[in-house]
Design a protein around this ligand. Sequence first.
Ligand SMILES: Nc1ncnc2c1ncn2[C@@H]1O[C@H](COP(=O)(O)OP(=O)(O)OP(=O)(O)O)[C@@H](O)[C@H]1O
Ligand SMILES: [Mg+2]
Length: 523
Amino acid sequence: MTGRRRSPGSPEDAPARARLLAGFAGQVRDALGHIGDPAYLETHPLTTFLPEDPRGRKAVRGRTLRQALLEAVTSLHPGAGAVNQAPHSRLIQLRYVDGLSAREVYGRLAISRTEYYREHQRAIEAVASILRGRWEIETSPSDSPDRARAGADLPRPSHNLPIQLTSFIGRERELVEVKALLASSRLLTLTGAGGCGKTRLALQVAADLLDRFADGVWVVDLAAQVDQALVPESVATTLGLREEPGRPVTAMLVEYLHPRQALLVLDNCEHLLRACGDLADSLLRGCPGLRILANSREALGVAGEVSWRVPSLATPRPSERLSLDEMARYEAIRLFVDRARAIRPDFALTDLNAPAIAQICWRLDGMPLAIELAAARTNILAPEQIAARLDDRFRLLTGGARTALPRQQTLRAAIDWSYEPLTDSERKTFRRLSVFSGGCDLDATEAVCQGDGIECQDVLDQLSALSDKSLILVTEGPTGARYRLLETIRQYARDRLIESGEAEVARNRHLEWFASLAHRAAP
Ligand SMILES: Nc1ncnc2c1ncn2[C@@H]1O[C@H](COP(=O)(O)OP(=O)(O)OP(=O)(O)O)[C@@H](O)[C@H]1O
Ligand SMILES: [Mg+2]
């Protein structure tokens, strides 16, 4: 490796460095989230997890994540025998190099589960700091003016907002609205289907509000937390608090946050609704200067909560005749072009490809995740070819950034995350709803969705649950409420319906319903 070691940064560099380290820590955490796939650590180069800066990538070129973790173990405790190593260093070795399960590791280290999670956080920070060291060797202050400037812009480092590696697009109206709601309510939950942009919007709001919260803005990512009981610990770890023996963590959090003006962003609460709701309730009652912005596919369901559905990105109707300039103002189009340009710098919106790009964005319902996955395909396909393959979108849209959460790497995984926790009856109703292509009213839904364990009168409850979980959209029409699935979600439900072997029955019920309607309407 070439390059000079960077001299200790000047004081005004400190926020930039803190931000860089926070960014690495986030990426290491995400990378470790892939541990379910044994081949992953072996085969993925470290560059996958680093900001897309050519100098930074050069610093770690040729190393896999596994090698970096091994290096982390040795550089944390060079030459020390296993027995003398700090628990977090042994944790890295046992969990990520030797491949033991989390349970086996805390047994082997003779520590409690709570201590395990604390050590795990330390391990992440240690690996991140080693990566940062590597980065610094390759980059000198003089050759990274942009980064120094980005750091200087930061009001202060009392936050842990992750560095965003891609541009934030549009959402001007939503930002104003969310900030206004957060000013008037202390618990605001952004809801919406997987990949609709909840996290990204919340992080942007949080970044814009740094000045408003004198004691900091803290993001707690709960995606990897599976234990409801450990939600308070996750918050404490983020705030850098140490657990006190015999004292409930929630009480400790209340005491710490009571005198503070702070914003807590609880990201990915949908699988931990009860714990997040209970914690939010206790914190808001005990801490007058605290506000909570939660992201969840389903609202937490506690008193005082305001929930707000994140809308799709603005998308032109494919039938609209628009100039290129008008087209380029739509958020969905901008997102597609921006992400395509990251792959092919010469990519541009042209008269030739604009209709196909508009069609892609429209058929993907303006869903940011799906649009990003579609744009990733411009590495080998023209927009016209991508548009032509959208009927098979789950096979086409699989090439997410490897730095993304596992559930955001493919379109199917994004919806699996919502489908898998459903009850059997909710799944059945959801699958059967896919036979309606343009939405349906309650009578039609009851006629088609009942049967095989679902009574007619249960259908309403199922619809309500599916709507709460952001899987169906409810709109008001002239004849009452209508229920609709976004096209991507409908195709997913249809695939599941076919897999379940119930497609023919559901389609026949659908036909019978419309035949009987026609019969009744006949003079
Ligand atoms: N306004 C935006 N500008 C640029 N990129 C965006 C925007 N909104 C969303 N994205 C990108 O789209 C992808 C999905 O967005 P995000 O992660 O915020 O969705 P989500 O609703 O939080 O999904 P999940 O339910 O899986 O947590 C991300 O890669 C994100 O960076
Ligand atoms: Mg999210």
